[in-house]
Design a protein around this ligand. Structure first.
Ligand code: DSN
Length: 418
C-alpha cells in the first residue's frame, strides 16, 4: 500500500493533533528564549522537501553516490551564499548542529589533550566550550577566562593574563548567555601574542553579524561556527566558516571523520535562509531585535530588576532574580504559567546549582519576527513584573495569561503547522 500523498492528518492523526497543539501554543504564548526564532514558511518547506531523501556523502562534485547533479548545485549555492553573507573564503554547510560543528573544529585544529582557553558554561559560555560533562572537556584541557566579578563583562586584560599563563593552542570566544559585544580584534591580538588559533562560535549572534549590527569575527578569527536557527532565522543546523588554508583540514574533519551522510534537506533550507538574510528587510529585522532588547532591558531595570552587566548590546539579557528573592527555576516556571516562555540560567559566580540557578535568560529574536516593537517590550516588562510579584496567586497569573493571549492576536505568525 502506498500512502505517499496523504497529509499528516490522514496518515498519523496522533502526531497531527500534537502539531496542532504546538501551533496553538506558539500562537498564544510569548517566545522569549533567545536561541529560538520563527523560520519562514519557505525555510520550513525546504526542510520538508524531497532533498531529505538523498544520500550525498562527500562534497559537491566529489560524492560517493550517484544522482547528485541537482543536490550538488543546491549545496554549492548554500556554500556560495554563506561565503558572501559573512565575507568568508571557505564555508562548510554540512554540520548537523552547533555541537557537531564545534567538534569538527577541534578535530581539525587540535590534538587530544591540548590546552584551549574559553568562557565557562557557568558564566555564559557553552557546553561544547569545555564543560566536563561534554566531549570537549574530556578530550582537551580547557581553561577558562573569568568575567569581571563586579561588571560581569569579559575583561580583555584578564583574558590576556590567563592566555600568557596557560599558553593555549586555541582561544574560543563566543557565548550563549553574554549580553555584550565581543571584541574579536582584541581576542586576535592575544591569540597572536601567545601563538594560538582563534575560534569564534557566533551561534547566538550570527544574524546580528550579517545584518551589520554586531562586529564580524571574520577578518580576525581563524575559524567561525554558527548554528543557523537562532538570530540567523534559518533551519536547525550549523555551518563552519574559515580561510582557504584550513579548507582541507575542516572538510575532512566534517566528512569522513565526524559525520557521514549530510542532511541535504537542511542544507537546502540553509541556502533559502541565507538568501533571506541578504535582503534589506533582514537588516531592519536585526536592528529591531537589538532595539527591542534594549527597551526590554531598560524597562526591567526601571522596575527594579538587576541585569548581568547592567543591560544589553545584543538580542539577549540575563535577569538576576535572586536579587528579588526567588530562584531562576521559580521565576521561569511562574512566567511560563502566564504564557511567557523563558529559560532559567546561571548568572556569573552563581552559588545556586545549574538546575535551580539565580537567573532568567530573555531574548527578542522570536517576538521581533512576529512583528513586535518597542511598545510591546514595555508591555512584556510590565507583565513580567506583575507575574513575578504575584507568583503564588493563580488568579493573577491567569489574568496575565489572558491579556497576553489577547495581545498576541494582533501578531499572526503561521497559519498552519507545515
Ligand atoms: N541551546 C543553545 C542556547 O539555548 O543557547 C545553546 O546550545
Amino acid at each position: 500500500m502506498h500512502h505517499f500523498t496523504r497529509s499528516i492528518a490522514e496518515q498519523d492523526p496522533t502526531i497531527h493533533a500534537l502539531l496542532e497543539k504546538e501551533l496553538h501554543r506558539l500562537g498564544t504564548t510569548l517566545q522569549l528564549i533567545p536561541s529560538e526564532n520563527f523560520a519562514s514558511k519557505a525555510v520550513l518547506a525546504a526542510t520538508g522537501s524531497i532533498a531529505s531523501n538523498k544520500y550525498a556523502e562527500g562534497y559537491p562534485g566529489r560524492r560517493y553516490y550517484e544522482g547528485n547533479e541537482y543536490i550538488d548545485q543546491m549545496e554549492q549555492l548554500a556554500i556560495d551564499r554563506a561565503k558572501l553573507l559573512f565575507g568568508a573564503e571557505y564555508a562548510n554547510v554540512q554540520p548537523l548542529s552547533g555541537g557537531p560543528a564545534n567538534m569538527c573544529v577541534y578535530e581539525a585544529f587540535l590534538q587530544e589533550g591540548e590546552t584551549v582557553l574559553s568562557m565557562d558554561l557557568a558564566q555564559g559560555g557553552h557546553l561544547t566550550h569545555g564543560a566536563m560533562v561534554n566531549f570537549s572537556g574530556k578530550k582537551y584541557r580547557f581553561v577558562h577566562y573569568p568575567v569581571d566579578p563586579v561588571t560581569h563583562r569579559i575583561d580583555m586584560h584578564t583574558v590576556r593574563e590567563v592566555a600568557l599563563r596557560e599558553k593555549p593552542r586555541m582561544i574560543v570566544c563566543g557565548a550563549s548567555a553574554y549580553p555584550r559585544l565581543i571584541d574579536f580584534s582584541a581576542f586576535r591580538a592575544i591569540a597572536d601574542e601567545v601563538g594560538a588559533y582563534l575560534f569564534a562560535d557566533v551561534s547566538h549572534i550570527s544574524g546580528l553579524i550579517v545584518a551589520g549590527v554586531h562586529p564580524n569575527p571574520l577578518p580576525f578569527a581563524d575559524v567561525v561556527t554558527t548554528t543557523t536557527h537562532k538570530t540567523l532565522r534559518g533551519p536547525r543546523g550549523a555551518l563552519i566558516l574559515s580561510r582557504q588554508e584550513f579548507a582541507k583540514a575542516l572538510d575532512s574533519a566534517v566528512f569522513p571523520r565526524i559525520q557521514a551522510g549530510p542532511h541535504q534537506n537542511m542544507i537546502v533550507a540553509k541556502a533559502v535562509a541565507f538568501h533571506e538574510a541578504m535582503q534589506p528587510e533582514f537588516r531592519q529585522y536585526a536592528e529591531q531585535v537589538v532595539a527591542n532588547a534594549k527597551v526590554l532591558a531598560e524597562a526591567l531595570t526601571e522596575k527594579g530588576y538587576t541585569l548581568t552587566t547592567g543591560g544589553t548590546d545584543n538580542h539577549l539579557m540575563v535577569v538576576n532574580v535572586a536579587a528579588k528573592g526567588m530562584t531562576g527555576s521559580e521565576a521561569a516556571s511562574t512566567l511560563a504559567k502566564t504564557g511567557m516562555v523563558t529559560n532559567k540560567n546561571m548568572i556569573p559566580y552563581d552559588t545556586a546549582s545549574p538546575f535551580v540557578t539565580s537567573g532568567v535568560r530573555l531574548g527578542t529574536p522570536a517576538m521581533t519576527s512576529r512583528g513586535m516593537q518597542e511598545a510591546d517590550m514595555q508591555h512584556i516588562a510590565t507583565w513580567m513584573d506583575r507575574a513575578l510579584s504575584a507568583r503564588d496567586r493563580a488568579d493573577a497569573l491567569l489574568a496575565i495569561r489572558q491579556e497576553i493571549e489577547e495581545h498576541l492576536a494582533s501578531f499572526p505568525i503561521y497559519d498552519s503547522y507545515a
